[in-house]
Design a protein around this ligand. Structure first.
Ligand SMILES: Cc1cc2nc3c(=O)[nH]c(=O)nc-3n(C[C@H](O)[C@H](O)[C@H](O)COP(=O)(O)OP(=O)(O)OC[C@H]3O[C@@H](n4cnc5c(N)ncnc54)[C@H](O)[C@@H]3O)c2cc1C
Length: 462
């Protein structure tokens, strides 16, 4: 048995303890208001270090958190008193230009990956924010600027190296351990620690894209969804309906007024991009920064000290009609949250061409995802804004809401179930039973093992 005190002698990477000067920095996650003190943070140098860290947690009964980019909405990348496997030491990337694949470390961020692969004129689609880890993002699905053209991030995942709860290191793919490979494509961090991901790369170099900002009237929101749905698969959009930020390029009379800020990438021939965005431009933008650009430029610069306290609710929809658009405008106009956003992602395209049962992301046929968020300034305000987000979702939702696991927050267990409808849930629980029967990997949107005694694995974070 490895003793906590002797862990340094077993780990090639770094061990960060509470007395370490880097400790506070290392335990900080993206979301604000999380102040957890793990007893140990292990930064593995390789898969063997992960094996050691897992054994240490298991044998000493320590709660185990796994961290990649640290953007979990619940701060699941850090735990009070337990052990954190912090994958930020695993950020290497090896590109095979002939095969058009990349093996990437489990702690690399979306932005780092995009910059490295861009040097070869290649890309894999991740999300909209460069600092999000590919670890959490790709295990939950991965919806971003190349999704309608190439599918979710998991649709480009061709293999993975994973360390399971029993300490086995395995390379898995569609033919070698296909069940586990199925589960990690959407099932989140429930099944082990992925130390390396192998992704397919696409020829994406200079794209036509950027941002359009329009006044957010119900008519504009409805038209945006209509145009984005009708657009060719090469065009992926992510639109935020929100009060206009007081930035220099936003006309001053619109500061604080509701706008729709549409980020878009046309991943096809450059000349075609201009034509495809014409219907959006015809709606009379306040700001138009669409242009040919190197793909990684779609990622905005980030402030590393930005740690917002926020609450959100996600839902799938089958479209947004005028009534839905009015609901969006009404709820955003009648909130006093310092920042409030309804984010609209029009899906379809390559996402929908993969059969629902092919991966653990089962919502392939849903056309639109909406995520409503309130950012606030004090933890005591959380219940009030949580109620606002709940009420907003209830007002907007028609039919089956479903849920995207990567945008679940403090929604509760019933909503995790909605992320994995029907047989997906049963299959995940059965695979979980085989690979993690004691629910060691439970600080996540937890899928309990089939026939699991719920007393055995509290998912309490602190
Ligand atoms: C600002 C922001 C923007 C976002 N944009 C998008 C977007 O455009 N598209 C989208 O799909 N999602 C998006 N998300 C959601 C994001 O995908 C999830 O929050 C994801 O879990 C974050 O991954 P991470 O590695 O940064 O977080 P972490 O907190 O490090 O990890 C989250 C969880 O994933 C698991 N995990 C992470 N890495 C590994 C690994 N290598 N092996 C095993 N388990 C692991 C762990 O259970 C961990 O608790 C966004 C989130 C934020 C905060």
């Amino acid at each position: 048995m490895i003793q906590v005190g002797s862990v340094n002698t077993h780990i090639k990477g770094r061990v960060i303890e509470p007395r370490d000067p880097d400790y506070d920095d290392a335990r900080t996650v993206f979301v604000g208001g999380i102040d957890r003190h793990p007893s140990l943070i292990v930064r593995p140098a390789d898969a063997n270090d992960v094996v050691t860290a897992i054994a240490l947690a298991r044998e000493n009964g320590l709660a185990l958190a796994v961290r990649s980019g640290g953007h979990s909405a619940l701060g699941d990348g850090v735990t009070e008193g337990g052990l954190v496997i912090d994958l930020r030491g695993l950020r290497g990337i090896a590109i095979d230009t002939k095969e058009r694949t990349a093996w990437a470390g489990g702690g690399i961020t979306s932005g780092e990956y995009a910059n490295v692969t861009h040097a070869y004129g290649l890309a894999t689609g991740f999300g909209d924010t460069p600092s999000v880890g590919i670890g959490g993002l790709a295990l939950g699905g991965g919806v971003g600027y190349l999704s309608r053209k190439f599918g979710l991030s998991i649709d480009d995942l061709v293999a993975a190296e994973i360390v399971t709860a029993d300490g086995a290191v395995q390379q898995i793919d569609g033919s070698s351990n296909p069940d586990l490979f199925w589960a990690i494509r959407g099932g989140g961090g429930n099944f082990g620690v992925v130390t390396r991901f192998k992704f397919r790369l696409h020829e994406v170099d200079t794209v036509f894209g950027g941002m359009l900002m329009l006044p957010a009237t119900p008519q504009v929101i409805e038209s945006f969804v209509t145009h984005a749905t009708a657009a060719p698969d090469e065009l992926s959009t992510i639109a935020n309906v929100m009060p206009a930020p007081p930035l220099p390029f936003v006309p001053v009379e619109h500061h604080g007024k509701l706008v729709i800020l549409i980020q878009m990438v046309y991943a096809g021939l450059l000349g075609e991009g201009e034509q495809v965005v014409a219907p959006f431009r015809a709606m009379g933008p306040l700001v138009d920064i669409l242009r040919p650009m190197p793909y990684p430029q779609i990622y905005p610069p980030e402030d590393p000290n930005f740690h917002p306290m926020a609450t959100n609710r996600v839902m799938f929809m089958d479209g947004i009609d005028r009534e839905g658009a009015e609901t969006i405008v009404d709820h955003l106009e009648h909130s006093d949250a310092r920042l409030r956003i309804a984010q609209i992602r029009v899906l379809g395209g390559a996402i929908a061409r993969v059969p629902s049962e092919a991966t653990a992301y089962a919502h392939r046929s849903r056309r639109v995802m909406v995520n409503v968020t309130a950012v606030f300034g004090h933890p005591q305000e959380a219940p009030r804004y949580r109620s606002w987000a709940e009420e907003f979702r209830n007002a907007l939702q028609k039919g089956n809401p479903g849920a995207y696991v990567n945008f679940l927050a403090d929604d509760g267990q019933a909503r995790i179930r909605e992320a994995y409808p029907g047989e997906t849930w049963d299959r995940l629980r059965e695979i979980k039973r085989r690979y993690d029967p004691a629910n060691l990997f439970r600080l996540n949107h937890n899928v309990p093992p089939a026939a699991f005694d719920s007393l055995k694995g509290s998912t309490s974070r602190s």
